[in-house]
Design a protein around this ligand. Structure first.
Ligand SMILES: [Zn+2]
Length: 324
C-alpha cells in the first residue's frame, strides 16, 4: 500500500499504523519517511545509505519529527497537548531540505482528549507537503474523528518461525537463544531483537519467574511477605505481571491438552519441564482462576489501586505447587 502510493504519486496525507507493542510500527513509519525523502533512484528507495536515509534512521533529520508520549511512574504513557502544539508550530514552517516533512506520532492512543482534539485541526487541514504517520497499539482508543481521517495499516504479529529465522540470519543470534526469544516475543520482532542485544531483559524475566515459583511454593505468610517486597518497586510490576500472565497462559494450554502430544505453541519453551507436571496436578478451575486474577491485577494497577493489596489478593488465588 505504501509502495504503490509512492510509485503512483497517490499518497495520503495521514496514515495510521496499528499493531502490538514492538511489532515494528515506528520502524515501518521511519522506513516510509526514508522512502519519501531518499535521494537514490526511485526503484531503490529507501536505499538506507544516502544522507536523508541515514539521518532519518537515527531520528536526526530536521524535517522528520518523531513525537513520543511521556512515561509516568507506573509506565503509563501520555501524549500531551503542549507536545502537539509544539509539533504544529514546527509543521507550519516549510521544509529545510526534504521533499516531504514527516511527523511520526508514536502511540497516538496515549493522546489526551485535549491533545487529540488539537491535532484534529492538523489532520483536517494539513500544511502542504506534510505527511503524518500515527502509530497505535489500540485503534479503538482513538477518537473516530482521528482514525477516519487516516489510511490504516494493521501490522499483525509474526510467527515464531519467522522471528527465529530473522534472528538467526540477520542478527546472528545462536540457535537455542533464537528459539527461546522467538517464542517469548509473542509475534513482536522488535522485542526479540532488543532482547537478543540486551541480556538484562532475559535476566529480568528469570528473576520474575523465580519470584513466581517462590510464591507458588510458599504458604500464606510467605506470600504476604513477598507481596510486601514486590510492592516496593511499583514501576516493575506491570512487566512482572505480564511475564506471569504468559506463564499462566502456557499452563492453560498444557492443561487443556492433557494427555495429548504437546505440539502446540508455548511462549515459555524453557519452562516446559516445570509446567507439565503442574498442568497435570492443578485443576482447570485453579489455573483459569489464576490466569484471570493475574489479568485483573494488571488492570487494577493501571487504575492506581493499592499495590500491596492487589498483589496479596493475587497471591492468595494462586494454588500451592507442593501440597503438604
Ligand atoms: Zn536513501
Amino acid at each position: 500500500m505504501l509502495a504503490s502510493g509512492l510509485a503512483n504519486d497517490r499518497l495520503g496525507h495521514a496514515y495510521l499504523i496499528t499493531g502490538p507493542e514492538q511489532v515494528g510500527k515506528t520502524t515501518l513509519a521511519r522506513t516510509f519517511a526514508q522512502a519519501l525523502n531518499c535521494e537514490a533512484p526511485e526503484a531503490q528507495r529507501p536505499c538506507g545509505h544516502c544522507r536523508p536515509c541515514k539521518l532519518i534512521a537515527v531520528d536526526r533529520h530536521p524535517d522528520v519529527k518523531l513525537v513520543s508520549p511521556e512515561v509516568s511512574g507506573r509506565g503509563k504513557l501520555t501524549l500531551k497537548i503542549e507536545t502537539i502544539r509544539q509539533l504544529q508550530q514546527d509543521l507550519n514552517l516549510s521544509a529545510y531540505e526534504a521533499r516531504y516533512k514527516v511527523a511520526i506520532l508514536e502511540r497516538f492512543d496515549a493522546a489526551t482528549i485535549g491533545a487529540a482534539n488539537a491535532f484534529l485541526k492538523t489532520l483536517e487541514e494539513p500544511p502542504g507537503k506534510v505527511i503524518l504517520l500515527l502509530t497505535a497499539t489500540d485503534a479503538d482508543m482513538l477518537l473516530p474523528t482521528i482514525s477516519s481521517r487516516c489510511r490504516t495499516l494493521n501490522l499483525r504479529p509474526l510467527s515464531p518461525d519467522l522471528i527465529e529465522q530473522s534472528l538467526a540470519t540477520r542478527w546472528r543470534v545462536p540457535a537455542e537463544k533464537a528459539t527461546l526469544l522467538a517464542h517469548l516475543a509473542d509475534g513482536r520482532l522488535g522485542w526479540a531483537v532488543q532482547a537478543a542485544q540486551d541480556d538484562t531483559i532475559l535476566q529480568t524475566r528469570a528473576e520474575q519467574l523465580a519470584h513466581l515459583h517462590d510464591a507458588l511454593a510458599g504458604r500464606r505468610a510467605h506470600r504476604f511477605a513477598l507481596a510486601d517486597k514486590l510492592a516496593r518497586k511499583p514501576e516493575t510490576l506491570p512487566d512482572l505481571l505480564k511475564t506471569w500472565l504468559s506463564w499462566w497462559r502456557d499452563l492453560t494450554l498444557l492443561n487443556q491438552r492433557r494427555g495429548q502430544p504437546v505440539n502446540l505453541i508455548l511462549s515459555n519453551v524453557d519452562e516446559v519441564e516445570r509446567l507439565e507436571p503442574l498442568a497435570a496436578t492443578w485443576t482447570e478451575q485453579q489455573i483459569t482462576a489464576s490466569l484471570n486474577q493475574t489479568n485483573a491485577a494488571l488492570w487494577q494497577l493501571e487504575r492506581n489501586a493499592n499495590t500491596r493489596l492487589v498483589l496479596e489478593n493475587l497471591l492468595l488465588v494462586y494454588p500451592l505447587s507442593q501440597p503438604a
